[in-house]
Design a protein around this ligand. Sequence first.
Ligand SMILES: [Zn+2]
Length: 254
Amino acid sequence: MPKCCSKPEIDRRGILAMAGIGVPTALVGLSAAPKFARAAAQSSRPQTPDEALAALKDGNARYVEAPELCVTKPSKQRASVATGQSPWATIVACADSRVPPELIFGGLGLGELFVARNAGNQVDTQAIGTVEFGSAVLGSHLIVVLGHSRCGAVQAACDVVTDNATFPGSIGPMVDPIVPAALAVRDKPGDFLANATRESALRTAARLTTASTILSDLVKSGKLKIVAGEYDLETGKVEFFEEAVEGSAGFTKG
Ligand SMILES: [Zn+2]
C-alpha cells in the first residue's frame, strides 16, 4: 500500500489557510464548495514542498527497484476520496502511454496526484489553470513538469528545426510551443532530442511562475515548489532538475 494512505482530518480553516496565500477570494470560496471539498487528511500526507518531492523520489525508487510492489488498492481508497480530494503533488506529464504518473512514482493511489497531461507536457491556458487549481485550491505542495526520453512531441519539434517538418491538423500548433526549446539547444553538444526534452521541461516549469501570479506568490511564500524532471523509458528512473529550476541557471530564455 502506498505511504500516503492514512490521513488525519483537518478542518476547513486549516484547508483555507493552506490554500489562502495570494489566492483570490473567488478561488478561496471555490475551495469551500462541496464538489471540491478536501478529503480527510492523513498523517503521512506530505505537508511541505520538500516532503512532497522526497515522497516522489522515494516512490520512483520503489518503482525502479521493485515495480511489482507498486500496487494500490483503489477499492478501499475510492470510498475515502469520494467526497473530496487533497492531492499533495501536481504532475504536468506527457500523454505518452508509457509514462503514467501514479505508477512511476511508486503506485500512488486515488486522491494523491493532481495530473495534467498532453503531448509534450506543455502548459497552455487550460493547463496553467489546472495546476493553479491544484495548488491554490486543493493544496498541492509541488508541481513537477515531467518530460521523458524519446518523446514524440519533442522529436517533432526537433524535426521542425532540422527539417522544417510540417504536421497535419492541430498537431503542428501543438508542437509549436516546443520549437523554441529545440532551437535553443540545436548547436549544443550531446543528443539533440535529449537536450531539447530537458530544455523544454525547464522552460515549461519557468513559465508557470512567469505566467501565473497565483503560482509565483505560492512559490515566494514557500508553500509551493516547481521543478522539472525527466523519466527514462528504459530504466524507469526520474531525474529531477530541481537545482536548475530553483536557481533559474538552467533556463535559456526564449
Ligand atoms: Zn512525450
